[in-house]
Ligand binder design. Structure first.
Ligand code: A2P
Length: 341
């Protein structure tokens, strides 16, 4: 079993390496790949970082990608041609009807439809919602979802983590400015990964604006939820917001069902779902570094007995990215996808 990790120097790539190790993934060789900037450098424990070339991508059983959409578009099929099954963490292949979009606890059987030899890992925000959504959908039949996210800086990769960490001491230096002249406090730093200053702030713009003023990140919530849950006409009202949290995405969801919801029963359904923990007050800080997804503030809608409100939190780098990638790698091996490749 020869495994390539593409984007091995990134925030998610490094966690993929750690997660493979922690879960005892049986590999004879794990080879790190990154951009030309890093190729040739040593990655302690894994040897020399490889560049992506027609020669270097040959002969793998598995390739785990987290190096951005354009890298996946350009190189995933070449790894497949060279013998690998690809698990891709970017958005490059998620909408392709021949590429299954899989959350390991939600729709594992979809992995059998990897007709291109590529399996897509969902967006980190959608991923977290899917565990409670699937649990409740199976019991009550979901028809609508209003989802508003509180997304961590780490969702933008290492550069997002670095930008927030650098802003906090500078913007936080003057409490007086934060209280009396917020625009002056915001102007003490220059945002680059985020569209506005993130430290001590909330930024309701995340991604590129597209259809009807919704961002691509918001439209992913609609499109990916439909594909993963297998509800083609699921009505989704998505809003994505960046908050000054390092790691851990949170989403407030109002889900509407075909049937009336019983809150006590809904709690039981959620608590019984694998890797989902019901807590009174789940927070992103306490979810950071954890494999499980946390759900709480479970309340029936004040007006509509068919709607339920809940708050769901998960580590965007782990379950939202690296952990599910490794779970899909394990699933691909278990289902024999790597032996036929
Ligand atoms: P590098 O460190 O050499 O730039 P993050 O999401 O944390 O920003 O990480 C992105 C990852 O994708 C890094 O490992 C980065 O490598 C890698 N990467 C970015 N662009 C390319 C590219 N064109 N080819 C291969 N790897 C890339």
């Amino acid at each position: 079993m020869k495994v390539a990790v593409v984007g091995a120097t990134g925030a998610v790539g490094q966690l993929i390496l750690k997660t493979l190790e922690r879960r005892g993934f049986k590999a004879d060789e794990i080879v790190p790949f990154a951009s030309e900037r890093s190729a040739g450098k040593d990655m302690p424990g894994y040897g020399t970082i490889q560049p992506l070339t027609d020669e270097t991508v040959q002969g793998y059983d598995l390739a785990l990608f987290s190096a951005g959409g354009s890298t996946s578009k350009a190189w995933a099929e070449k790894f497949v041609a060279g013998g690998a099954t690809v698990v891709d963490n970017s958005s490059a292949w998620r909408k392709d009807p021949d590429v299954p979009l899989v959350v390991s606890e939600v729709n594992p059987d979809a992995i059998n439809d990897a007709r291109k030899g590529i399996v897509a890992n969902p967006n980190c925000t959608t991923m977290v919602i899917m565990l409670p959504a699937k649990a409740l959908h199976d019991r009550y039949g979901m028809t609508h979802m209003v989802a508003t996210s509180y997304q961590a800086a780490g969702g933008a990769g290492q550069s997002g983590i670095d930008e927030l960490a650098a802003q906090i001491p500078v913007v936080g230096a003057s409490v007086d400015a934060l209280v009396n002249d917020g625009a002056a406090a915001a102007a003490t730093v220059t945002p680059s990964t985020f569209v506005k200053t993130l430290a001590f702030n909330v930024v309701p713009m995340l991604g590129t604006v597209g259809e009807m003023g919704y961002t691509d990140e918001e439209l992913k919530m609609r499109d990916e939820s439909r594909k993963i849950l297998g509800i083609d006409d699921l009505k989704v009202a998505p809003t994505c917001v960046r908050v000054p949290v390092m790691v851990g995405h949170a989403i407030e969801v109002r889900a509407t069902f075909e049937q009336e919801v019983d809150v006590a029963e809904a709690r039981e359904v959620l608590a019984a779902f694998p890797n989902l923990i019901v807590e009174d007050v789940p927070t992103p800080l306490e979810a950071a570094g954890r494999d499980e997804t946390f759900v709480g503030r479970i309340r029936r809608d004040l007006e509509d007995p068919k709607s339920l409100n809940f708050f769901v939190v998960g580590d965007n780098l782990l379950k939202g990215a690296a952990l599910n990638t490794v779970q899909l790698a394990e699933l691909a091996v278990a289902r024999g996808l790597t032996t036929s490749a």
